[in-house]
Design a protein around this ligand. Structure first.
Ligand code: NAD
Length: 543
């Protein structure tokens, strides 16, 4: 069987309407059997495959099944991507850009289709899912317009002024393997792939087993926009099988997920001496200085802590508030948290959705229960809400959290935040930095100059002043990555595309060679070169 894939398992999937939460009508798009249709976009080798059930976190209802890829499927996908790479790389930047700009337009036009799928697969509120649309559109436009400039051949100073003409070129690495998680299934599947593909690479995508349909929808849209199928094949299934099979074959690994899995990927990359880029976990702090605008800060904290029910790598899990402000901040914040509208709806009526999986719910419950048993104070939330759906958990605010509690330093990845008062700015910085992670942070103050000075002392890949995460995340002309155990290398900006290339230096030597020539003696050459070095030292413009 080829990339046209397995036949749809309509007998295994219930009518699409059954996958929807009871209180919302099925959208026209989902009323078609889209999940079965998208399966045909998966690359599969001959032979039987186990199947993985994909269920909606909102209800537990079955959305469909995907095949569990074996090594042969990965080998087929990589070999197709490898065969397609030279022709793809031979296209001009403008030709490639046209596809991603068309994708951008189609995405905005047809956003409701994928918003439904994202919500059904992740349980996210629609407003949070919409951030995926924005981000994917912004990054697609950015690299479609900028890739040619970022990768164009650059003249460099030559070995001998005027006599050596030197260029730095950028060549695609070849085939890039993408392994992505479930929490932002659209933008994490696509936004790193856009620069990789714009650079002339082909790629193979492995989405998370819980969110394959969002990724398949997006890849399908890319194909509709003109991307040849073998430039970006998709394999679905278990990371433990697909990861090593990809690692044995691809030329570069782009991984987004937990720090634990990221270390496995880095070991595989090291074994084959291929590059890798890792976007990993976080335990992100927010620092509220004594002169912060309280209302704005509370707004920011709500967005930052509870976006995607706290299942964003850049969401806030620790808030440090100046002691003079702590009481007022907490009373406003807690009141807002208690009022958040939580539920399942395929529209913009809810402010927070559910957790995505039983594993996430178990971690959140363990962190909250453990903290309360050891003496933390619960100011809001703290309970699962099975009345709303199997994986809902209330947005939760804790104080008096101490280092012996898991929630203190481990990533919860849920709607749980701990609030701590601090006395001095030095103390706030020290506590913000007391973590193995370094992904995202924010500082809230009316004195933005001071905010920027403090930002430079925080060991995190992005630091926002008076914004929780969107200011840095949306500034896609600048890199976004993690320090310490939050990652290796970065996405966005020049770095986000250069990493998918290898540098190549080409130099033309004119008129005379650099080494002694004809019957020139080595001694004469040494004297001549020494004199030249002295001249070059004096004339700055020459080198
Ligand atoms: P995870 O590491 O368990 O899974 C992520 C992906 O890796 C999935 O596709 C999974 O199938 C695959 N995988 C699992 N085991 C593998 C293996 N042995 N070899 C290769 N691949 C394997 O991550 P998760 O817990 O599901 O995702 C949440 C984590 O991702 C959080 O820690 C979050 O902070 C992080 N994350 C980071 C970013 C970022 O940009 N820094 C973005 C989103 C999520």
């Amino acid at each position: 069987m080829g990339s046209s894939g397995i036949s749809p398992r309509s007998e295994a999937a219930p009518p699409p309407a059954a996958a929807l939460p009871n209180q919302t009508p099925p959208s026209a798009y989902l009323a078609q059997d889209v999940f079965a249709t998208l399966l045909s976009r998966i690359t599969l080798a001959e032979g039987p495959h186990d199947e993985i059930a994909v269920r909606s976190p909102w209800t537990g209802a079955l959305l469909g099944h995907t095949p569990a890829a074996r090594e042969a499927d990965v080998a087929l996908a990589v070999s197709r991507a490898r065969a397609a790479q030279p022709a793809w790389a031979a296209r001009s930047f403008a030709e490639r850009a046209k596809i991603f700009l068309r994708f951008h337009d189609l995405l905005l036009q047809r956003q409701d289709e994928v918003l439904d799928i994202i919500q059904l697969e992740t349980g996210m509120a629609r407003g949070h899912a919409f951030e995926e649309i924005l981000d994917t559109a912004i990054v697609s436009r950015y690299y479609a317009r900028r890739a040619g400039k970022l990768l164009r051949p650059r003249r460099r100073k030559g070995a001998l002024p005027l006599l050596t003409l030197t260029w730095e070129l950028r060549a695609p690495v070849g085939v890039v393997g993408f392994i992505v998680p479930w929490n932002y299934p659209l933008n994490l599947a696509i936004t790193d792939a856009v620069p990789a593909l714009m650079a002339g690479n082909t790629a193979v995508l492995k989405p998370d087993r819980q969110t394959p349909f969002t990724a398949l929808w997006a890849v399908d849209l890319l194909r509709e926009a003109g991307l040849p199928p073998d430039v970006f094949p998709v394999v679905t299934g278990d990371g433990a099988t697909i990861g090593p099979a990809l690692g044995d074959r691809v030329d570069y690994f782009m991984f987004t997920g937990s720090t634990r899995t990221g270390k496995l990927i880095a070991r595989q990359a090291a074994d084959r001496l291929i590059g890798c880029s890792l976007e990993l976990g976080g335990k992100n702090p927010m620092i509220v200085l004594r002169d912060a605008d309280l209302e704005r800060t509370v707004d920011g904290a709500i967005r930052g802590c509870f976006v995607a029910a706290g299942q964003a790598c850049i969401s806030i899990e620790r808030i440090y508030v100046h002691e003079s402000l702590a009481e007022r901040f907490l009373s406003l914040f807690v009141e807002r948290v208690r009022r958040l509208k939580m539920g399942a709806a395929l529209d913009y009526s809810m402010e927070i959705g559910s957790l995505a999986s039983e594993r996430q719910l178990a971690t959140v419950e363990e962190h909250v229960r453990g903290a309360l048993e050891k003496g933390a104070t619960l100011l809001a939330g703290g309970r699962p809400r099975p009345d709303l759906g199997p994986l809902f958990f209330e947005p939760t605010v804790l104080t008096n959290v101490r280092p012996d509690m898991k929630v203190y330093a481990e990533e919860t990845f849920g709607p749980v935040v701990s609030v701590y008062p601090f006395a001095t700015e030095a103390e706030a910085i020290e506590r913000a930095n007391a973590t193995r992670y370094g992904l995202n942070a924010s500082v809230w103050t009316r004195n933005t100059g001071k905010g920027v000075r403090l930002a430079r002392k925080i060991r995190a890949g992005s630091v926002n002043i008076n914004e929780a995460y969107a200011a840095t995340w949306g500034s896609v002309d600048s890199p976004s990555g993690g320090m310490k155990e939050s990652g290796l290398r970065a996405r966005h900006g020049a770095e986000g595309i250069l990493k998918f290339t290898e540098s190549q230096t080409v130099a033309v030597q004119r008129l005379i060679p650099i080494a002694p020539f004809h019957d020139m003696s080595a001694a004469f050459y040494a004297r001549w070169m020494t004199r030249l070095m002295k001249i070059l030292r004096r004339i700055r413009v020459l080198g």
